[in-house]
Design a protein around this ligand. Structure first.
Ligand SMILES: O=P(O)(O)OC[C@H]1O[C@H](O)[C@H](O)[C@@H](O)[C@@H]1O
Length: 549
């Protein structure tokens, strides 16, 4: 069981509130005058370096935030998590994604099952399957090798695979190309099917529940397409495999048990990319690289589990996030990777964060009276600079940003990487330092403008600065370092959920919309509305039905 501590009733919470009053109007730059801030406000983990010195906090703030974590019993919560207690209480389940990447033989018995053995049995089956595909042992209905894998899944059964597949593009080595169909919008499936050859395509139907309407509808349409393009019913087994926890539904759909890769109810969808849900990734990067990705995840799991608070990277990120979210009034956080291959990383952790910590009832069942999970968003740099950075630099909102960059590039292409990283460093500096009124006046005067023009333009060209950032610098993006980054953010989410006293591993908030969509579905195309909806929805349905006919 997780501890149930209301964070606002701790003594550190009250002190942090006072601290925020004190710091609110201070300047980050001034804090560099005390001690060795660069040294003290940075942490290293192998070839990953976190600089958190460009934040509006001081030593006392950090101590108080760590006290808050202690008062909220983070250590007890971690122990309950890693030992398989049913910390997902509303679904009465363990939460054991770290077990998906623990080395072979590291025994962990949960609810009477040797979890490590079960995990490695599936990983070995995945490896054998990928080898069969790449060596041409597994062929399509007309005797051709498989060249394309189409993953059909949504949410946690899509975003992780897409993100890792894209991030590890330089490691695609098997000759298999992956495609991803998630949306119920038939246009997405249509576009993918245009690109692939039926005899050489394998569909991976990925769904924890095997009942999600989007996935099941897309899977049925894909099967129909296959049969319309030369395959017989008996060929379907050569072109469809399933990744799921629900054997009954998989076989009901017509996929043989032997073509099902299992995972377990203790793997949350948004934490499942290191389970069989990562099968498409393994198909593209090969078995060894997939295992390296798992090693990276495991190494960060161990760091999070065993490192004291002050040196713990996920905990530090979590506490900084809480500082801005609960004491400084920030409502959002941006994740900005300066590496094009990482372009789906912000979207992946948008689900990770917002589905986990977008909650307003605490672990005692009472409504919370403090802020919980922030809005997470982001895009890769430098593209973001030419889109939304204006607001981060000069807007009225406080937006703490994580900048993620890599020292080495896979394709240096002359000076591209140098320019990319020059922007990376320049942005965090500019956000913190800003540009004062005096500097702006001097610059404008040097340009030979009239004093009237100078005075007119100056306010628009000033930058207040003091816009906080974390810099996460990694030597190179590899399967292993991607694993570190993924586990780092996963454990940040866990830590924040513990402190906010909420349940981070359920997602009841997505249920209502699904139910209502099913009700409405039966009414589309009907002349008469059921009259069960609010007036706005009733009118919109009427309009839609008119335009459809
Ligand atoms: O894997 P599935 O059972 O198909 O679920 C797919 C997704 O849909 C649900 O609505 C949840 O919001 C997600 O957490 C989940 O990953």
């Amino acid at each position: 069981m997780l501890p149930k501590v209301n964070p606002t009733l701790t003594s550190s919470w009250k002190k942090l509130q006072q601290k925020s009053e004190e710091l609110r109007n201070q300047s980050i730059v001034d804090h560099f005058e005390h001690g060795d801030r660069v040294q003290d406000y940075s942490l290293s983990f192998q070839n990953l370096y976190l600089d958190f010195s460009k934040n509006l906090l001081d030593d006392e703030t950090i101590t108080l935030l760590q006290d808050l974590a202690r008062e909220c019993k983070l250590d007890d919560a971690k122990e309950a998590f890693f030992t398989g207690e049913h910390i997902n209480e509303t679904e009465d389940r363990s939460v054991l994604h770290p077990a998906l990447r623990s080395p072979r033989g590291e025994k962990l018995i949960v609810d009477g099952e040797d979890v490590n053995k079960a995990v490695w049995t599936v990983l070995d089956r995945m490896a054998a399957f990928v080898n069969d595909l790449t060596e041409g042992e597994w062929r399509g209905f007309d005797g051709e090798r498989i060249s394309d894998v189409v993953n059909i899944g949504i949410g946690g059964s899509d975003l992780g695979s897409v993100m890792v597949y894209e991030a590890l593009t330089p490691y695609h080595s098997t000759g298999i190309t992956c495609h991803f169909v998630s949306n119920i919008d038939g246009n997405q499936l249509h576009e993918v099917l245009q690109k692939v050859n039926p005899g050489r395509t394998l569909f991976v139907v990925s769904s924890k529940s095997f009942s999600t309407i989007e996935t099941m509808t897309n899977a049925r349409s894909a099967r129909k397409w296959l049969l319309e393009h030369g395959a017989q019913k008996s060929d379907v087994a050569k072109h469809f495999v399933a990744v799921s926890t629900n054997e009954e539904r998989v076989t009901e759909f017509g996929i043989d048990r032997k073509n099902m890769f299992e995972f377990w109810d203790w793997v949350g969808g948004r934490y499942s990319v290191s389970s069989a849900i990562g099968l498409p990734v393994m198909c593209a990067i090969g078995v060894n690289h997939f295992h390296e990705f798992l090693e990276g995840l495991h190494e960060m799991d161990e760091h999070f589990r065993r490192t004291p608070l002050a040196d713990n990277i996920p905990v530090t990120l979590a506490l900084i996030g809480i500082w801005y979210n609960n004491f400084m009034g920030a409502e959002t956080e941006a994740i900005i990777p300066y590496y094009q291959y990482m372009h789906r990383f912000p979207a992946y952790f948008q689900q990770g964060n917002m589905e986990s910590n977008g909650k307003s009832v605490d672990r005692t069942g009472a409504p919370v009276d403090y802020e919980t999970g922030p809005i997470i968003w982001g895009e890769p740099g430098t593209n973001g600079q030419h889109a939304f950075f204006q607001l981060i630099h000069q807007g009225t909102k406080l937006i703490p940003c994580d900048f993620i960059g890599f020292a080495q590039s896979h394709h240096d292409a002359g000076d591209h990487h140098q320019i990319l990283m020059a922007n990376f460093f320049a942005q965090t500096e500019a956000l913190m330092v800003g540009k004062s009124h005096e500097e702006v006046l001097n610059d404008l005067r040097k340009q030979g403008m009239s004093e009237e023009q100078v005075q007119f333009l100056a306010p628009y060209k000033e930058f207040s600065g003091d816009r906080p950032t974390n810099t996460i610098l990694v030597k190179k993006l590899t399967p292993k370092s991607l694993g570190w980054l993924v586990a780092m953010y996963e454990h940040k989410i866990f830590t924040q959920g513990v402190i906010w006293n909420i349940f981070s591993f359920d997602q009841w908030g997505v249920e209502l919309g699904k139910k209502l969509a099913n009700n409405i579905l039966s009414e589309l195309g009907q002349d008469q509305s059921s009259g069960k909806h609010d007036p706005s929805t009733t009118n919109l349905l009427k309009k839609f039905n008119e335009w459809r006919s």
